[in-house]
Design a protein around this ligand. Structure first.
Ligand code: GSF
Length: 203
């Protein structure tokens, strides 16, 4: 399998962590989707990474679909419960954490890729509010649980860890650990896992 991605994309990181936790072999192909020369559309018409190129050359996107597929490839370290309420709860954690990322990435694009005269403070505030209300929500839901889903490490923790890691990378000034102490306690456990260490974005 080949994974097309970048070293800083948090969605790519989610897939890489799942690969590592499940001990799956793959080749990482770095693609700059913002370059004029990008060929990403040949693999993903949306022009986004991550994109997984499977052994039969079929392509999968987006990260939620990719991780769902990867979890079926091997019973090693199952990350998504197979059925029932726990399955949807895990996916809902992922959707929530990805939502934080969507808001954070939107702000980053607004600040770094839009011409200054087109930049909207209202839009940035709207996205920032989504981040803070969702961090509050996740912090409350997590309470004093060991992991998002209780005693078992799952995709929910991977998604939340990627969102928190991205805030560290791009929004250090948010200082999220101070206010969201349950998330901070979870992150201390996650960030030392080899799968997280091996996929940490370059500073
Ligand atoms: C989001 C992928 C995405 O926005 C997923 O895979 O989960 N829902 C999708 N990827 C960004 C890179 S990043 O900011 O992580 C991307 O490829 N953006 C290029 C563009 O044209 O939006």
């Amino acid at each position: 399998m080949k994974l097309i991605g970048s070293l800083t994309s948090p969605y790519v990181r989610k897939v890489r962590i799942v690969m590592a936790e499940k001990k799956l072999e793959y080749e990482l192909i770095i693609e700059d989707v913002w370059s004029d020369k990008t060929k990403i559309q040949a693999y993903n018409p949306l022009g986004k990474v991550p994109c997984l190129v499977m052994d039969d050359n079929g392509c999968l996107f987006d990260s939620r679909v990719i991780v769902e597929y990867l979890d079926t490839l091997s019973p090693v370290g199952r990350l998504i419960p197979q059925t029932g309420r726990d399955r949807t709860a895990t996916r809902c954690w992922e959707a929530t954490a990805d939502g934080v990322l969507d808001a954070a990435v939107a702000i980053n694009i607004e600040k770094t890729r839009r011409p200054a005269e087109l930049r909207s403070d209202d839009w940035i505030k709207r996205q920032t509010d989504k981040i803070t209300t969702t961090l509050e929500f996740m912090n409350t839901e997590l309470d004093s649980l060991v992991f998002c889903m209780g005693i078992n490490f799952s995709l929910a923790d991977i998604a939340v860890g990627c969102a928190l890691g991205y805030l560290d990378l791009r929004f250090e000034e948010l200082n999220w650990r101070k206010k969201y102490i349950n998330l901070a306690a979870l992150y201390e456990k996650l960030r030392v896992r080899p799968s997280f260490v091996g996929s940490a974005p370059p500073k």
